[in-house]
Design a protein around this ligand. Structure first.
Ligand code: DX5
Ligand code: ZN
Length: 215
């Protein structure tokens, strides 16, 4: 069964507690928290104070997706804020192995995110050190964008690499996930579905999460 990770980016920030309670009572597995710095991506979202409050509001896994340059500078602060999984972008990590080691030494699971133009093959020599690969299925920075179809081929290729090496690395898909494309994404080999707009813009977010979970 897929892991469902609703993205708080599309939540109601004036009523965050209400949305956290909704997620707590739903079939959501993880809380997906998108941190943007206005430098790596053309948008700024939220940082430590918001994550600290969300951490207090849930016992579910806090899955923090860093869309920031120099993530190593802040890894410890994200651990303190409450991150369980910390995902950094391949494109900003010239010393990726060191970043992964640091995240794991701090007691978090280590994730690596790939932009749509970054091939999964770049992870070949470091895959055994990664707990989770996040494949961006839109260009990072905004919720509510259209799923890029080529992502399906990337999921398949990555699944092959993981199986070939006898690993259990999770594949997370982030961006443009809907009730219509989720079956194909899972069929290709994804383990975790991030969904922002699909969940929070739906009439009944709890039912939408349940529908994603049933796929
Ligand atoms: C985009 C973020 C996503 C975003 C997904 O840069 O990484 O997590 O919230 O939003 P939807 O599901 O609306 O595409
Ligand atoms: Zn994300």
């Amino acid at each position: 069964m897929a892991i469902i990770a609703p993205s708080l980016l599309s939540a109601d920030f004036l009523n965050l507690q209400k949305d956290c309670t909704m997620l707590n009572e739903s079939h959501a597995d993880w809380f997906h928290l998108d941190v943007m710095d206005g430098s790596f991506v053309p948008n700024i979202s939220f940082g430590f104070p918001v994550i600290e409050q969300v951490r207090k509001a849930t016992t579910k896994t806090c899955d923090v997706h860093l869309m920031i340059v120099e993530p190593g500078k802040y890894a410890e602060a994200f651990k303190k804020a409450g991150a369980d999984i910390l995902t950094v972008h391949y494109e900003v990590c010239p010393h990726l192995h060191r970043n992964l080691q640091q995240i794991k030494d701090l007691g978090m699971k280590a994730g690596v995110a790939l932009n749509p133009h970054t091939p999964v093959s770049v992870l070949g020599d470091v895959l055994h050190d990664i707990d989770l690969v996040l494949i961006m299925s839109v260009n990072p920075g905004f919720g509510g964008q259209q799923f890029i179809p080529h992502t399906i081929d990337k999921i398949r290729a990555l699944k092959h690499m993981i199986k070939d090496k006898g690993l259990h690395t999770l594949i997370e898909i982030d961006g443009g996930v809907t009730l219509s494309n989720a079956p194909a994404i899972l069929h290709a080999g994804a383990d975790v579905l991030v969904a922002g707009n699909t969940v929070f813009s739906s009439e009944d977010p709890t039912a939408t999460i349940a529908a994603l979970k049933r796929m």
